[in-house]
Design a protein around this ligand. Structure first.
Ligand SMILES: [Zn+2]
Length: 240
């Protein structure tokens, strides 16, 4: 959940930004060049021999359910793909992804948390926030200093947290699971790279409350006195 958005189209030798030595886990040239706005792309995992993971990623599985809600509410058609060594990270459509918006979902993270649907929804809504933001808006990392990139990433991460809060309300998921995940000391090394946990929590709560208020106002305006129990249904009613 640190640096999540990696633009493959930005990959390429960068004299100004690519550290000369020691970058990336293996320090290979490929990993160095692919850093640009983010970290190396997680390695994909073949799940064809894992009925357990296949079930999670299937239409009927928890990830299929979360994805359907995100697609319905955002109009964005991203795909979840199994990866290792990550919690989750987003990769915008490019030639190298065959035009697909991807969210990598860590299989180790899933093994530990597959029953926590609210947490998965929160993590994945945050990543979806990177896909809808279109960061970094065609900016050329070669033209920016590390400091400038860090500032942009801070804004991007805050926006993705706000988006996650908003979407969790609209998806009918409880935001407390994501909040507790960020507050858990064992996750803080990664999750507080850009903002301290209390800031992230405040942003998530603000996004959630903002969506709630907006939905209630819309309901009052459109259907005075009506009561809705399903946020997704009522969103659609409000839009129609
Ligand atoms: Zn992020």
């Amino acid at each position: 959940m640190g640096i999540d958005k990696i633009q493959l189209s930005m990959a390429g030798p960068s004299n100004r930004l690519a550290p000369k030595v020691g970058a990336g886990a293996g320090g290979s040239p490929t990993e160095v060049f692919r850093k640009s706005f983010g970290e190396p792309i997680p390695k994909l995992v073949d799940i064809s021999n894992s009925p357990f993971l296949q079930a999670l990623f299937s239409q009927q599985g928890v990830l299929g359910r979360i994805r359907r809600k995100l697609v319905l509410l955002s109009g964005k058609k991203g795909r979840f793909v199994p990866a290792k060594g990550t919690v989750a990270s987003a990769l915008s459509a490019s030639e190298e992804t065959q035009g697909e918006d991807l969210v990598f979902v860590g299989v180790e993270f899933l093994a530990e948390n597959h029953t926590k649907e609210d947490l998965l929804a929160g993590i994945l809504a945050h990543e979806w926030g990177h896909l809808v933001s279109e960061f970094p808006h065609g900016m050329d990392p070669d033209q920016l200093t590390w400091e400038e990139i860090f500032t942009l990433r801070k804004e991007e991460e805050a926006a993705a947290d706000g988006y996650a809060g908003k979407m969790l309300y609209r998806m009918n998921n409880n935001p407390e699971a994501l909040i507790q995940f960020f507050l858990d000391p064992k996750n803080q090394k990664e999750s507080t790279k850009y903002h301290p946990a209390p800031t992230r929590v405040a942003i998530i709560r603000a996004g959630y409350q903002g969506a709630k208020q907006l939905t209630h106002q819309a309901r009052r305006l459109i259907h005075p006195g009506a009561v809705y129990h399903n946020p997704i249904t009522s969103q659609l009613i409000a839009v129609i």
